[in-house]
Design a protein around this ligand. Structure first.
Ligand SMILES: *Cc1c(COP(=O)(O)O)cnc(C)c1O
Length: 378
């Protein structure tokens, strides 16, 4: 059996090696390392893929979130509601901009922000909601957009984990994740579903004015050379990373389908296990891109299982082990433990299994078999 990796980027590279190496050589020869044609071409290709008017590439996903919030003109003291169960980047940028993060509970089956909890957290100071499409599946955007409309709030989609996924609205429309709110942020970190070979990110929006504002912010607040109209940042995607992304983008649907196929096999292997809950899919097959395949172990043995997997050399991840509202950096006396029943429980139950485009049946059977055996030990 091939060695099992949590994330395996080698197989993908082998298939696109000639394309990538060729582009790298051209870029090295041209020395157009920054703002070269690769970046502009990638931007257009991603706009076409997503069906969105504007993509603004930037240096990483965390920057993308920060810049999106800067672009919307959010001011210190404005309250921004986001999920308690996510990667810290989401709440980090809210705090860095001196906005007030308001963490709320998530849904037990999808792991995504709970619209009812959003409603309860709204105050006159609330300005924005940041749904995170966690583990590869969109949050409940029908409900979130309705709440945002009613209370006149911005919606910033954290699409770092769900690029390429579709959202099927109640009205029967199909949207790519990240194209429903006012603006979205994504990450091209190597292990993401569309990853480059270093750091990268992008912001996207259908709003022309916001896109213009953001294009200046990513470039030191310049709209005209050496005229700095607003305080900006330096956040660029470089040409080499853009070339990697251009080689991979045409394969993104196929990569996501390979992840879904692995998820199908895991699902099947665990279907009869009473104490293992498989990840919930919201109906349509294309709605989940399985950035992570995350189980809930409901018999209190998650940590024992993790130890067992470690002994068997099977990689796994605990995403996330601590709710954000209990992290030192984000603790706040306004929070009440009774408001986070789901997150507080999830952190004890979740375990993510190896998930990537290169998993083969032998590996999946070994991983699933090891888990099922462990769970049925007397
Ligand atoms: C990866 C990730 C980010 C940050 O992306 P970077 O490119 O690592 O800065 C933000 N939010 C979520 C949910 C992520 O998974």
């Amino acid at each position: 059996m091939k060695k099992i990796q949590m994330v395996d980027l080698k197989g993908q590279y082998k298939d696109i090696k000639e394309k990538i190496n060729g582009s790298f050589e051209e870029i090295l020869d041209s020395t157009a390392f920054i703002n070269g044609p690769e970046v502009q071409n990638f931007q257009k290709e991603l706009e076409d893929y997503l069906g969105v008017k504007h993509v603004i590439p930037c240096a990483n996903g965390t920057d993308a979130l920060q810049i999106a919030m800067m672009g919307l003109g959010l001011k210190p003291g404005d309250e921004v509601i986001t999920a308690d169960f996510t990667f810290a980047a989401t709440v980090e940028v809210i705090a860095l901009l001196q906005l007030t993060p308001v963490l709320v509970d998530v849904e037990p089956d999808t792991f995504n922000i709970d619209p009812e909890a959003i409603k309860k957290a709204i105050t006159p100071k609330t300005k924005a909601i940041v749904p995170v499409h966690l583990f590869g599946q969109a949050a409940n955007m029908d409900a979130i957009m309705e709440i945002a409309k009613e209370h006149d709030l911005f919606v910033i989609e954290d699409n770092a984990q769900a690029i390429g996924g579709n959202y099927h609205s109640k009205a029967g429309q199909v949207y790519k994740t990240g194209t429903m709110g006012d603006v979205a942020a994504t990450s091209f970190f190597p292990s993401k579903n569309l990853g480059c070979y270093g750091d990268g990110g992008a912001i996207y929006t259908n709003n022309d004015e916001l896109a213009h504002t953001i294009r200046g912010i990513v470039n030191h607040g310049m709209y005209e050379r050496y005229h700095h109209d607003v305080v900006g940042v330096n956040s660029r995607l470089d040409s080499l990373q853009a070339a990697v992304l251009r080689a991979k983008l045409p394969n993104l649907n196929q990569y996501n389908e390979a992840r879904r196929k692995a998820a199908d096999k895991y699902d099947k292997a665990f279907e009869d296990q009473a104490e293992i809950e498989i990840p919930k899919r919201q109906g349509n097959r294309d709605a989940h891109v399985f950035h992570q395949y995350t189980l809930k172990i409901t018999n209190g043995k998650r940590d024992a299982l993790a130890k067992h997997l470690q002994e068997k050399n099977i990689p796994f991840g605990i995403y996330y082990p601590i709710p954000l509202h209990l992290q030192k950096a984000y603790a706040d006396e306004r929070y009440n433990e009774a408001d986070f029943p789901v997150t507080n429980k999830l952190v004890k139950e979740v375990i993510s299994l190896p998930m990537h485009t290169e998993l083969d049946d032998e590996q999946i059977n070994f991983i699933a078999g090891t888990i099922v055996d462990f769970m049925n030990r007397k």
